[in-house]
Every structure is written in structure tokens, then in C-alpha cells.
Design a protein around this ligand. Structure first.
Ligand code: HEM
Length: 445
């Protein structure tokens, strides 16, 4: 058995360790190239902190399965979310998480999603009409409008409609909250507890206003709770068991959690997917044919699903999951003491020849045919794994299928002449930068 300090890893400096080598917005690339150099388990040092980065699909699963007993999300996540009143399913830990997960899961179930499907299609139709009127310039921003609309409608039945209008009050609150939340999660020190910058004060005002709006929705739902839920808050209220009910604070935390967890992840996944389709008319044509034959996103659409799996293999939107050991553990013969940060790199396995032949090529067919090459689908885990597996996967897949099917049916996607490949920045989700796509209306004659 070896200790963390005996693991290989990039050489750091006295006192500050590897801190000066880390570029927050490029962590996913740095961690991948260190995995190539130092292997499936390597160590990093930061002041007062041991860090192990794990990039092996089996070990990743072992760690992610060992929750909440052996590992938790990094404690900063819980404290930042707690301060914002949004300590919900994503950030709760231990028994509190276990209870909440059990109560919340029915709100994500297939029956509920099926009921939501007509609303989802109506929002996709709005996006289609908008793009028909004005070809999209910033595709990622446009897709974020879509996911904001879908998530707000699903969560509390509020029609934000950022696709057709701007300046909605709730949208303005949310636009303020997300960047500051991201910034706080990536700050080494919680400066805002000692010094409030104008942004931090604006955040407090936005949260207070959002709380007021959501509390009114919650109060209405409590009085007129239907038998079948029409939104996430109602589904949570219906799922309460006899042991106690959700307080308004808990419902607010869950609603905000869903709004946060469901937007950037899905809009960026769709942006990367459309980028992978650009300039591949034969792939677009196959999707077009499939959605003509199987129009409902509630049905299996094997080719479209293979395209989504392939895009998320090449660029998972959440490539790194930050964990912390809550008990002493041994992973692959390495002693991991409680308190060690363990970064689970879920991206690396998808890019390895031993798991996927010709890994840098976008080839959806690899998910459909068991050909002669390497294909280990279980090593690509864009939605995490174990008991904290993403509960929004079903909704995300419906959104991805609905938008991709609509775009391929009614538009052509191409790369503009002389377009540079997009950059990628890590902000919990990996965001494409400078992504330019030509999305033009197809002649339907
Ligand atoms: C393509 C889109 C999405 C991706 C790639 C994604 C990815 C992830 C990942 C990697 C995790 C962590 C899993 C783990 O720790 O093992 C997660 C957790 C979570 N996701 Fe998603 N997600 C997406 C969409 C959504 C949507 C649409 C919602 C809600 C409507 C959602 C809600 C959540 C929640 C609540 C958690 C925390 C679960 C828990 O800790 O028990 N996600 N997601």
C-alpha cells in the first residue's frame, strides 16, 4: 500500500505546490495531459490540501459508487450553495441527501416527463420560429434561452419565454446568479464573507427577489395541489411522505438547484452536438430521415441517440467531478485519508484508443454496430455514475433530441468559411468559445 505522497505527479513549488500551474478555465485539458503523463492516479499539491486525480473508468465508478459513505462533493460546494439558500439535491450530503434524493426522484420520472413533452415541443417550436426569422449568431446563447425556458416551465410552471422576449424579471435575476455562483465555486478563498463587492450585493438582491417570486408559486401549489403534478414543485409536494413535509426554504433550494443544474449543462451539450454536425450533411440527413419516421422524442430514436452519445463522449459537458474523501479509503492500493480531494476525470476514458478505436473521430455508428474495433460504451459516463447519477438525464435527452431533430429537419448546419475551431473553457460545464455555425433554413419545397 502506498501513500498519496508517493504517487507520481507534476513537480510543484514549496508552500504553494502546483497552484501556480493550474489555469481554472483549462483544468479539463491540463488534467487530461497529466493523466497521459503520470497515469490513472496522480497527485497534486495545494496549500494545506492533498489532491488525487483519478482517470480510470473502473476506479472512477468505484469512487462515485462509494457515496455518501466514502466520498462527498467538495465541501465548498455545500457551503456556497447553502449561503445562497440553494442547498438542494446537488449539494446536500449524507443522510440529508439520501432522504432528499428519495423524495425528489419521482419528480424526474418518465410519467412526469411524458406529461411535460407537449410543453417541451411547444418551446422547441418557438426556437424554430425564432431561427427561421433570424438565423442564430451566437448558437450557445440561443440554446441557453431554450434551456432556461424549459427548466423554468418544468420547475415552477413559469413561462419565462426568453426565446421570444428579453428583459423578464426572473431571467434578469438568473443571469446575475449563475456567473457569480460559478465564480464563488472556483474561488480558493471565500472573500465575499468579509468583503461584499457590488456584484455580491446585486446577487443578494437577485436572490431575495427570486425567493419572493418562487415563494408565491409555492404558496399557490400548496393550496391547489392537483392529483397529477404539472411542475417540479408540485411533484415534490406530492412526493412528500408522512414523515414530514418540505418547508418553503427546502422547496426554494430544490427549485434553484434544478434551475442551476439543468441549464448550462444541457445548452452546452447541445451546442457541442450541433458543432459536431456542422459540415456533415450525411449525418444531418440520417437524423432527418429518422425523425420523419419516428417523430416522437418519447420513442427510441437510435441514430439520434447515438449522435448524442458520440458528441458527449468527445466533449462531456462536466468532465471533472470534484469529490472529497469523508472516510479513509484505499483506491488501487493507494491510501486516501479522509479530507483528501479526489478529482474524478470522466473525460479521459472516452478519448483512449483502448476504449474507442480512432477516438478523435466523430463516428455515431460506433454506438450502433458492434464492429471489429474497440468500443466500451460503459467507459463514457457524461452523466456521472453511482447513487448520485444525474437525475435530469431523461429530461436532458428529450431536450437534445427535440432540438437536434428540429434543426436537422428544417435547417442546414455548416461551418462558416475560414471558421477557426471553437475554444473551450471550464466553468463546471465546458463552454465553447468563439463557436460560429451557419444555420440556414432548408428549402422545404
Ligand atoms: C446534458 C445535460 C446534463 C449533463 C451532462 C449533466 C451531468 C451531470 C453530472 C455529471 C452530475 C453529477 C453526477 C455524479 O455526481 O455522479 C449531475 C448531477 C445532477 N444533475 Fe445533471 N446533467 C445534465 C442535465 C441535467 C438536467 C436537465 C437537470 C435537471 C432538470 C439536472 C439535474 C441534476 C441534479 C439535481 C444533480 C445532482 C444529483 C445528486 O447529487 O443526487 N441535470 N448532472
Amino acid at each position: 500500500m502506498v501513500s498519496v505522497d508517493e504517487l507520481p505527479g507534476p513537480k510543484g513549488w514549496p508552500l504553494v505546490g502546483n497552484l501556480p500551474q493550474l489555469t481554472p478555465s483549462l483544468l479539463h485539458r491540463q488534467f487530461d495531459s497529466w493523466a497521459d503523463e503520470y497515469g490513472a492516479l496522480y497527485r497534486l499539491g495545494m496549500p494545506g490540501r492533498r489532491i488525487v486525480v483519478v482517470s480510470d473508468p473502473e476506479l472512477n465508478k468505484e469512487i462515485l459508487r462509494d457515496r455518501p459513505g466514502g466520498f462527498r462533493r467538495q465541501s465548498a460546494i455545500e457551503s456556497v450553495m447553502d449561503e445562497m439558500g440553494s442547498n438542494g439535491l446537488f449539494s446536500l450530503e449524507g443522510e440529508a441527501w439520501r432522504r432528499r434524493r428519495k423524495l425528489a426522484m419521482p419528480a424526474f420520472n418518465a410519467t412526469h416527463l411524458r406529461g411535460f413533452q407537449p410543453t417541451l415541443e411547444a418551446i422547441t417550436e418557438r426556437l424554430r420560429q425564432r431561427w427561421e426569422r433570424t438565423p442564430p449568431e451566437d448558437v450557445r446563447a440561443e440554446l441557453t434561452r431554450y434551456t432556461v425556458d424549459v427548466t423554468a416551465k418544468l420547475t415552477f410552471d413559469y413561462d419565462i419565454n426568453t426565446i421570444e422576449q428579453s428583459g423578464d424579471v426572473i431571467q434578469r435575476h438568473l443571469e446575475l446568479i449563475f456567473p457569480i455562483l460559478n465564480r464563488r465555486l472556483s474561488m480558493p478563498l471565500p472573500y465575499w464573507r468579509y468583503l461584499k463587492l457590488p456584484d455580491d450585493r446585486a446577487l443578494e438582491r437577485a436572490l431575495a427577489a427570486l425567493r419572493q417570486d418562487l415563494t408565491a408559486v409555492i404558496a399557490r401549489a400548496r393550496v391547489n395541489l392537483p392529483e397529477r403534478p404539472t411542475n417540479f414543485i408540485e411533484a415534490l409536494l406530492l412526493a412528500q411522505d408522512g414523515r414530514g413535509s418540505f418547508t418553503d426554504d427546502e422547496l426554494f433550494a430544490e427549485a434553484l438547484t434544478i434551475l442551476i443544474a439543468g441549464q448550462d449543462t444541457t445548452s452546452n451539450a447541445m451546442a457541442w452536438l450541433l458543432y459536431h454536425l456542422a459540415g456533415k450533411p450525411e449525418v444531418q440527413q440520417r437524423i432527418r430521415e429518422e425523425v420523419a419516421e419516428i417523430p416522437s422524442v418519447l420513442e427510441r430514436q437510435p441514430y439520434l441517440e447515438a449522435v448524442a452519445a458520440e458528441s458527449m463522449r468527445l466533449q462531456p459537458t462536466t468532465p471533472l467531478l470534484g469529490m472529497e474523501a469523508v472516510a479513509d479509503r484505499t483506491i488501487a492500493g493507494v491510501r486516501i485519508p479522509a479530507g483528501t480531494w479526489v478529482i474524478v476525470n470522466v473525460q479521459h476514458a472516452g478519448h483512449q484508443e483502448e476504449n474507442f478505436s480512432d477516438p478523435n473521430t466523430f463516428d455515431p455508428d460506433r454506438w450502433l454496430n458492434s464492429g471489429p474495433g474497440n468500443h466500451r460504451p460503459d467507459t463514457s459516463t457524461p452523466f456521472g455514475s453511482g447513487p448520485r447519477f444525474c437525475p435530469g438525464r431523461g429530461l436532458a435527452m428529450l431536450e437534445i433530441k427535440s432540438v437536434t431533430g428540429m434543426v436537422c429537419r428544417d435547417f442546414d448546419i455548416a461551418l462558416p468559411a475560414k471558421a477557426e475551431p471553437p475554444g473551450d473553457r471550464f466553468h463546471f460545464a465546458v463552454i465553447p468559445t468563439g463557436m460560429r455555425l451557419d444555420i440556414t433554413r432548408r428549402d422545404r419545397a
